[in-house]
Design a protein around this ligand. Structure first.
Ligand SMILES: Nc1ncnc2c1ncn2[C@@H]1O[C@H](COP(=O)(O)OP(=O)(O)OP(=O)(O)O)[C@@H](O)[C@H]1O
Ligand SMILES: [Mg+2]
Ligand SMILES: [Zn+2]
Length: 641
C-alpha cells in the first residue's frame, strides 16, 4: 500500500514538474510572439513609409497632418527658397564646407520654413550645422539647449574659429558675462547668433525665462534647438531629469520652430520626447543609421589582459594615427595609459576626476596630434569632434548598444576608413553589471551589449539595426564587420549536459548556503575550487574561454541570473539559478549555442597595417578559445566536444 502511495506521489511530482516546464515554455513562446508581433508592426510601418534611403516620416500623433512624403522631402531638398542663396554662401564662406551631407539641406530648409523637426542622424554626420547655419541666416538668435558644459564649450570654440558669434550662459558664467548676454538677447542688433544653455538653466533661471519672453515678443527668438534630445526620455540612454521641464519652451513660445537632434533614438523614445517637449506635429527626418566607413570587430580578451593586443594594434595597424581607447573606470584610464606609455605609445588618460585645465590640455594635445591616443572613460564623450579618428578601441565593453554606437561613432567623422574594436572580457561583464545595478533597464541593456559581443554568426550592423528598429539588409555591410568578412568560424554545439553540470555547481553551493561569484563558478567547474567542493563536482574538460562562453550564454538566456549583494563599499555579483534552470531537469530539453572554433595561434594571422583594410584579417584578439590550455595548441583546429 505504502509503495503504491509512494509511486503515485513520485508520479505526481514528476507530472507537476513537467507542467511547470510546460508553463515556462508557454510563457517563453508568448514572449516570443509579442516580440515578433511588435517587430512585424515596425517592419510594416517602415515599409509603408519607406522612401529612398532616407526615411522622413510624419508624426504618428498627428493624424490631421498628411505624412511627410518622398515628394515633400524632394521639395525641401531644393535650393530655390528665398534663403537658399544666403545658406549656400555661408556654408562655404563661414563653415568652409563645399556641399551638404544627406538630409542636412532638407533639415535646414524645413527649419527655415518654421517647421518643428526631429533630426535623427548618426553621430558625427553633422547635426550641428542644421541649426547653426539657419541661425546665421535668421533675424535674432537661436537658443541651443545642450546637456554638458564641456560640449557647449567645444562648440563655442569651433564656432569662434569660424568667426561666428556665439555665447553661453551656465553655472560657471561670471556675473558680468551673464549681464552682457542677457542684455544681448533683447538687442535688435543681435550681438550673437547662438545662445547655448543647459537644461538646468532653463528650468531654474527666471531671469533667463523673462528675457526669452521679451526677445520672443520682439521677434528675436529665431529658433530653439534641443541637442541630444533623447535625454528627455527615461527610455533614452542618457536621461536627464531637467530635460523633462523643457516643455515650457514650446508652451511659452509656440511660434518659434524647434529642432530636436539626436544620434540614437528609437521611435518610442522620439514619441516620448515629442510629448515632453509639447511639440504638436513635428516632422521626423531619419538618416540611415549606418556608417559605411566604420569597420566593427569584437576581440576576446585572453586571460591576462589585452594591453599587449591593443598596443600591437596601435603600433601596427594604426601607426601614426589618432584614436581613443575607452576604459571602464578612472583608475583603468590611468593604468592603461601608463601601460601604453611603457610600450612607447604617446597616450594620456582623460576622466571626469581630472582638473578641467588638464582635461582640455589632453584634448588639445590629441587634437593637434601631439599625442596619439586618449585613454578615456565615457567622460570623453559628447561633443568630441576630431575628424580623423582612425580607431576607437574599447578596452572594456560599453554598458549598452546605444552607448557603444555613440562612443564608437567618434571614429571616422571625415568619412575615411576607421575601426571600432571591442575587447570582450568575461570579468568586465560583472563589473559593469554592478555599476548599472540601480538603473531600471540597466541589466537588459547590458545583456544586449553582451549579445552583440557574444554573437558569432550575424552581421554586427544587423545586430545594431535590430536594436534601433532599422530595416537592414546584411549585404549593405559590405564586409565591414568581422563576421561578414571572416564569417562561419564557429560550430554549433549542444551544451545541454554542460549546462546541467554547471547549474549543478551553483545549485550545490546554494545547498551549502554558499554564494558563488562567476569567477568561482568557473573555477569550481574546472576543478580549481576548495577541496570539499571538488569532491562533489563533475569537473569539466572544457577550456577556460569555453566555460566562460557557456556561463555567459546561460546568463543571457535565463538559466542563470544575477544575485547582487550590497555592502557599504561595494556591490557583489553572484550567480544564482535563473527562471529557466528548472527546464534542465526535463530530459527532452536541449540547449545549443554557437561556439568559436578553437584555432591554434599558428593559424591566427598577425595584425596588418591598414585601418579597415580588407587585408586586416584577424587581429591578435582572436585568440584560440583554449589559450590557457597550452598543450592543445599544437593541433591546428580542434572541434569542440
Ligand atoms: N556637409 C559637411 N561636409 C563635411 N563635413 C561636415 C559637413 N557637415 C558637418 N561636417 C563635419 O562633421 C563633423 C561632425 O559634425 P557634428 O558635430 O555636427 O556631428 P553630430 O551629428 O552633432 O554628432 P554627435 O552625435 O556626435 O553630436 C564636424 O567636424 C563638421 O564640421
Ligand atoms: Mg552633436
Ligand atoms: Zn557585417
Amino acid at each position: 500500500m505504502a509503495n503504491r502511495t509512494d509511486d503515485a506521489q513520485a508520479e505526481l511530482d514528476s507530472v507537476e514538474a513537467e507542467l511547470e516546464m510546460v508553463e515556462l515554455q508557454i510563457s517563453e513562446l508568448l514572449e516570443k510572439q509579442t516580440k515578433l508581433n511588435s517587430r512585424k508592426n515596425k517592419l510594416l510601418k517602415n515599409l509603408e513609409g519607406a522612401c529612398s534611403s532616407a526615411q522622413p516620416s510624419g508624426s504618428s500623433k498627428a493624424p490631421k497632418q498628411a505624412p511627410f512624403s518622398k515628394q515633400d522631402l524632394k521639395h525641401y531638398e531644393k535650393s530655390d527658397f528665398s534663403w537658399s542663396k544666403e545658406v549656400q554662401t555661408k556654408l562655404s564662406s563661414v563653415f568652409q564646407l563645399s556641399k551638404f551631407r544627406p538630409l542636412q539641406q532638407a533639415a535646414i530648409n524645413l527649419s527655415m520654413s518654421g517647421k518643428d523637426l526631429f533630426l535623427v542622424m548618426p553621430t558625427g554626420r553633422g547635426k550641428s550645422l542644421c541649426y547653426q547655419l539657419p541661425a546665421l541666416c535668421s533675424k535674432g538668435f537661436t537658443l541651443v539647449i545642450a546637456p554638458l558644459v564641456s560640449l557647449m564649450e567645444d562648440q563655442l570654440m569651433s564656432l569662434k574659429s569660424n568667426n561666428v558669434s556665439a555665447v553661453t550662459l551656465n553655472a560657471s558664467s561670471t556675473k558680468e558675462d551673464s549681464k552682457q548676454v542677457l542684455a544681448g538677447m533683447i538687442d535688435t542688433n543681435s550681438p550673437f547668433k547662438l545662445l547655448y544653455v543647459t537644461p538646468e538653466k532653463v528650468a531654474k533661471s527666471k531671469l533667463l525665462m523673462s528675457k526669452l519672453e521679451k526677445a520672443y515678443n520682439m521677434g528675436l527668438l529665431a529658433r530653439i534647438a534641443v541637442d541630444e534630445v533623447h535625454c528627455c526620455s527615461q527610455w533614452g540612454h542618457d536621461f536627464r531629469p531637467d530635460y523633462k521641464l523643457l516643455g515650457i519652451l514650446k508652451r511659452q513660445f509656440p511660434n518659434v520652430p524647434l529642432v530636436g537632434l539626436t544620434a540614437t533614438a528609437t521611435s518610442n523614445v522620439l514619441k516620448d520626447c515629442q510629448k515632453i517637449l509639447c511639440v504638436q506635429e513635428p516632422i521626423t527626418l531619419t538618416a540611415p543609421f549606418n556608417r559605411p566607413n566604420l569597420y566593427y570587430e569584437v576581440c576576446f580578451k585572453d586571460n591576462v589582459d589585452c594591453i599587449d593586443q591593443i598596443a600591437a594594434l596601435i603600433r601596427g595597424r594604426y601607426k601614426n594615427q589618432s584614436g581613443i581607447v575607452y576604459v571602464f573606470s578612472q583608475k583603468d584610464a590611468e593604468v592603461v595609459a601608463t601601460d601604453l606609455q611603457k610600450k612607447d605609445i604617446l597616450a594620456q588618460p582623460y576622466h571626469a576626476n581630472m582638473e578641467p585645465a588638464d582635461k582640455s590640455l589632453v584634448h588639445q594635445r590629441w587634437s593637434s596630434k601631439k599625442i596619439q591616443v586618449v585613454v578615456a572613460t565615457v567622460a570623453f564623450g559628447m561633443g568630441i569632434d576630431k575628424a580623423d579618428v582612425r580607431f576607437v578601441i574599447h578596452h572594456t565593453i560599453s554598458k549598452s548598444i546605444e552607448n557603444y554606437y555613440q562612443e564608437s561613432g567618434r571614429a571616422g567623422r571625415d568619412d575615411g576608413p576607421a575601426d571600432c574594436i571591442v575587447f570582450f572580457g568575461f570579468m568586465d561583464i560583472f563589473r559593469i553589471s554592478t555599476m548599472v545595478v540601480m538603473e531600471n533597464t540597466g541589466q537588459q541593456k547590458l545583456k544586449n551589449m553582451i549579445a552583440y559581443c557574444q554573437n558569432l554568426d550575424r552581421c554586427r550592423r544587423a545586430m545594431m539595426a535590430i536594436h534601433f528598429d532599422e530595416v537592414w539588409n546584411d549585404k549593405e555591410c559590405n564586409q565591414m564587420c568581422d563576421i561578414c568578412r571572416h564569417g562561419n568560424d564557429y560550430i554549433t554545439m549542444d551544451i545541454t549536459q554542460h549546462a546541467r553540470d554547471v547549474v549543478e555547481v551553483v545549485e550545490m553551493a546554494g545547498s551549502m548556503d554558499e554564494k558563488l561569484t562567476p569567477l568561482k563558478v568557473c573555477d569550481a567547474w574546472m576543478g580549481k575550487g576548495p577541496a570539499k567542493r571538488r569532491k562533489t563536482i563533475k569537473v569539466t574538460s572544457l577550456s577556460r574561454l569555453e566555460v566562460e562562453s557557456i556561463i555567459i550564454h546561460l546568463l543571457l538566456h535565463g538559466y542563470f541570473s544575477e544575485d547582487f549583494s550590497f555592502t557599504p563599499y561595494t556591490t557583489y555579483f553572484y550567480l544564482k539559478l535563473g527562471p529557466k534552470a528548472s527546464l534542465l531537469k526535463n530530459g527532452s530539453h536541449s540547449i545549443t549555442m554557437k561556439m568559436r572554433r578553437v584555432v591554434s595561434p599558428a593559424t591566427v594571422k598577425k595584425v596588418s597595417e591598414s585601418a579597415g583594410g580588407k587585408s586586416s584579417a584577424k587581429v591578435e584578439g582572436k585568440r584560440p578559445a583554449d589559450s590557457d590550455n597550452k598543450k592543445s595548441v599544437a593541433k591546428k583546429v580542434k572541434t569542440l566536444p
